[in-house]
Design a binder for this molecule. Structure first.
Ligand code: DGL
Length: 265
């Protein structure tokens, strides 16, 4: 693995930039090539076959950009398509947000009662339950929160409407779990609202932070951290440039990237 090569990251859209933000906090010298499949977002309402096909094409795009590592920064693609991506990955190692999320949840819980929230496809895949139970038979509850993604994209991640929606989805979970995994890349922006709805005693697991930590550990253990003392470049490749895409990029990433380009994949 060549240290000076970029890290490749993909998501169904722009939400995966929350993962890029964390990776830049922990690994500021790394160059990032990010693919956002904004023409086909959302993945969370699609079938397994479609999600697997899209995710395979996304990894192929990153491979063509000669990344040293591909990070699946999409909760849906990680839950639904990871087995296929790992099976098919030849030369490029694959990290994702699903496995670090599971490991952190199992580490965090004190009562063995873990909750997971994500898109309809993530929750429907049953992968979190499977993996968490395999790791020690934790009791878990999973809830699809399909209105959370549009709330964030409309900038309504705080305030009365967000509180009401969060209360509707999370009310039944509140007394049942001590740890909640935010298994969707948009949800870190809703952390304040989710914390309010769940109460102070429930620990929130943010897979973006966990994935950044695991990316750092992976690069360190493979002698593949970029040795530069310059801040790395961020290049964004998007399959569509939807209205307000610049605002959303800034919201998720917290800065503007060095390059934005529309691409066909
Ligand atoms: N990126 C997706 C995820 O993390 C959310 C948006 C979508 O449904 O594609 O699950």
């Amino acid at each position: 693995m060549r240290p000076e090569k970029p890290i490749g990251i993909f998501d169904s859209g722009l939400g995966g930039l929350t993962v890029v933000r964390e990776i830049r906090r922990q690994l500021p010298g790394e160059d990032i090539v990010y693919l956002g499949d904004t023409a086909r977002v959302p993945y969370g309402t699609k079938s397994k076959e479609a999600i697997e096909r899209f995710a395979t094409e996304d990894v192929e795009f990153l491979r063509r950009h000669e990344v040293k590592l591909a990070v699946v920064a999409c909760g849906t693609a990680s839950s639904v398509a990871l087995s296929l991506l790992l099976e098919e990955s030849q030369d490029v190692p694959i990290l994702d947000v699903f496995r670090p999320g599971v490991r952190a949840a199992v580490r965090t819980t004190k009562t063995n009662r873990i909750g997971v929230i994500g898109t309809t496809a993530t929750v429907g895949s049953g992968r979190f339950e499977e993996a968490i139970q395999r790791n020690g038979h934790r009791v878990i509850r999973s809830v699809a929160c399909p209105l959370f993604v549009p709330l964030v994209e409309e900038g309504l991640y705080e305030g009365e409407i967000a509180d009401k929606v969060a209360e509707m989805y999370l009310g039944p979970l509140k007394e049942e779990v001590d740890t909640l995994v935010l298994a969707c890349t948009h949800y870190p922006l809703l952390k304040g609202t989710i914390r309010k709805a769940m109460g102070p005693s429930v620990r929130l697991v943010d897979p973006a932070q966990e994935t950044a930590k695991e990316t750092q550990e992976y690069l360190l253990s493979h002698d593949a951290v970029n040795p530069t003392d310059q801040r790395g470049r961020v290049e964004l490749f998007l399959t569509d440039l939807p209205p307000h895409y610049r605002d959303l990029i800034e919201l998720f990433l917290g800065e503007m990237p060095d390059r934005i380009e529309r691409v066909e994949i």
